[in-house]
Structure formats: C-alpha cells, structure tokens
Design a protein around this ligand. Sequence first.
Ligand code: KPL
Length: 298
Amino acid sequence: MIMHWHILGAGSIGCLWAAHLVEAGHQVTLILRSKQRITAFNQQVTIEQGTETRHYPVQCQLADHPESIHHLLVTTKAYDVQSALSGLRSRLAQGAQLVLLHNGMGPQQWALQHCSQQQVWAATSTDGAWLRQPGHVVFAGQGETRLGRFDAPQDSSLATQLQGLALNIVADPVIEHSLWRKLAINCAINPLTALHDCRNGELASNPVWRAEMAELCQEIDSLLARLQLSLFTDGLLPVALQVARATGQNYSSMLQDVRHQRQTEIDYITGFLCQRASEAGLSAGKNEQLLHKLKKIC
Ligand code: KPL
C-alpha cells in the first residue's frame, strides 16, 4: 500500500526516514519551520552511505498548510513534540497514524491523552546517522528500529506495512518496555558523560565515574522493580557498562547538546525517571542530583 507520510523534524533521523520511505515508493512531505528552510532543502534529501550518495525527491511545506495528514512521523527532540503536535492537531485526519521516534519518554503518554482520535505509535532506534548539512544525512551505521502501537500494543500492522523499507524495522508488541529499556540506559550514561565532559567509554574505565554509574543503576533497578518492569536479567549496570564500552569512542547525545549549548533532553530522560520514582514513593536521590546539575548547565 502506497502511503503519504508527513515528517515533522527534518534532522538526521527524519531525513533518513524520508529517503527510505521515498525509496520504498511512498510519498513524503517534510514539514519545515520557515520558508528559508524550504528553500534550503530544495525539494530533496540526500543520503550518503559509504562511497554512495543518493538524492530523493520530497515535498516541503509549513505547518499551517491546509493539507490533511494521514501518516505522521515525528522525529523532533522530545521537548519539541508537544508544541509541534499541538500546531498540527487540526490537520490530523481521524484514525491517522502518528509515530513518535525520539529519545526519552513523556511525549508518548501526552500524545495518548491528547490525540485520542488517532493511532499513537512509538519507536526507538539504534540507527547511526548525522547531518552534514540541512537535508544531507550521513548514514553511518544500520541499527534496529523497534516499532509498536502505544494505545493498542498487540497491533503490529504498521511494522508490516513498512517492511518494504531498507531499514531494520521490528514489530514490538510491548514498545513501552523497549522505551523504558532505552531510557534506563540513557539515564545511566548520558547525564554523567555530560557532567564529566567525557566519552561514553570513560565511564566504564574510570573507577570513580563507574561507581557513580552503579549508584544511578541501583536506584533505577529499584524503580523498575516497583513498576514490575523486569527488563534486565542481571540488573541495569552490566548492560549500561556494555553499551558504554560498545560506544566507547562516542560522545553521548546529551554531551553533544551541552557542548553546542543546545537544550538537552534531560527532562525527558532523568526527569521522567525521577517523576515516576516520586509517584511511586521511591527516593532517586543520585538521579535527582544529576537532574538539577544538568539543568543548571544547559
Ligand atoms: O543513546 C545514546 C545517546 O547518546 O543518546 C547512548 C546509548 C548513550 C550512546 O551514546
């Protein structure tokens, strides 16, 4: 089935998806924030992978365009989702598919409450991509994208409809668990790297930072146990250490935001976790401390 996808958030992941949707025969419209951005995109996105560079035709429009939307992929930063979606509410068709693909949690629950006439899907991805310039993405490493319906977990129809894409999309019957898993790992790695201005791998090799990470993980394990989410066989720490080592040379997304003096996603990562801990009557003192320190930095 050929679909017309609108994409909100034309960063690296948004453009990567735009190209793959076009390649699979779908129609794509990017929703951009200004006429200057529309001119800069010049009706195309470019993907660079290894030695190959390819261009894909897309349409571009502003959020106030009257066209109605039946399939919407949201790839903005977590802190932009709510206002961006609110601005498009009147354009969303009844029963439209809404896919949220971003770091952190909070906007998925918000969408569930506020977009009751639409299907709310959530995704989490380990694809590695970065922007060389607006609309030009370097696809550095194929990972996996887990996709599931947030408001009706057993529905796997969208992953099936998207099987034609050359992205590794996996239907996830309990996407909320995958989002929590990613969130827990991000809570253990991202704020510490941002605070200590270090590569992910240094958290595992520096005994003082590793001990801090262990403290965070213990609090997170307690919360997950209280929420009856059994996500890590031997607790979070071994998994977080493994991810820190596997991505050892990388700078976390949060550290990159801090270095570029951009807003971080801390409220939707550690902030979400602390909120849930407080609702459950649990103390998450070390995570709270980091949340406050990070909010002072950026
Ligand atoms: O997802 C990441 C991020 O940087 O946001 C991790 C897993 C920490 C890898 O850097």
